[in-house]
Write a protein that binds this ligand. Structure first.
Ligand code: GTP
Ligand code: MG
Length: 192
């Protein structure tokens, strides 16, 4: 897949703000700071179209990026950000739930986890919920540049076991080195 054009379209917190549902979408979920926005930038070869930050909680709305005038990357707000109130967390849950449940053009959800750590409680809950709802999804294990080759295979095993996914359902990725980028672009090509 060649990315020829990418543009930020809009941010939404509720369905009447979403763009018209007339092209396929791929949505990125995962805890805050895991690298969702960075993954989008890496795949589309733009340094900062999707805003990233070393401070967790950067993305607080559902952000739509239109690619090649043909499909959307949807950057979902991250979960697990400790410094938010109970109300904000509930609001987050509702926002994500509504999007996932209503969006008929959603082709696949990419659940991002940090390859350095075992999946968190919330990562597991998210995956259980996606499975329960029968949504098509894969796991993208990010920040692969930050661990050794030896540690990586151990961690992949832990991710497979805790999230209940097969080797084929995991893509190892690094926004730093571009590892996994081609694999993901090929996957998009198949999905569209
Ligand atoms: P929220 O918007 O808060 O949900 O976070 P996010 O998941 O969009 O994370 P973001 O892409 O903003 O990245 C968070 C931090 O991790 C930034 O400082 C990135 O530069 C860094 N980062 C993201 N991906 C990688 C990676 O593959 N390798 C390394 N070394 N750092 C990364
Ligand atoms: Mg973000």
């Amino acid at each position: 897949l060649k990315i020829k054009k990418s543009e930020y379209v809009l941010s939404a917190v509720k369905p009447d703000q979403y763009p018209e549902a007339n092209v396929p979408e791929i949505a990125l979920a995962g805890r805050s700071n895991v690298g969702k926005s960075s993954l989008i930038n890496t795949l589309i070869n733009r340094r900062s179209l999707a805003r990233t930050s070393s401070q967790p909680g950067k993305t607080q709305t559902i952000n739509f990026y239109k690619i090649n005038d043909a499909w959307y990357f949807v950057d979902l707000p991250g979960y697990g950000f400790a410094r938010v109130s109970h109300d904000a967390r509930e609001e987050w849950g509702r926002m994500i739930n509504t999007y996932l449940e209503q969006r008929t053009v959603l082709k696949e959800i990419w659940q991002l986890v940090d390859l350095r750590h075992p999946p968190s409680e919330q990562d597991q809950q998210m995956m259980q919920w996606l499975n329960y709802k029968n949504y098509p999804c894969i796991v993208v294990a990010t920040k692969a540049d930050k661990i050794s080759k030896n540690q990586r295979s151990k961690n992949v095993k832990v991710i497979k076991e805790t999230l209940g996914v097969t080797e084929e359902e995991i893509v190892i990725f690094s926004a730093q080195t571009g590892e996994g980028k081609e694999k993901l672009l090929q996957r998009i090509e198949q999905l569209l």
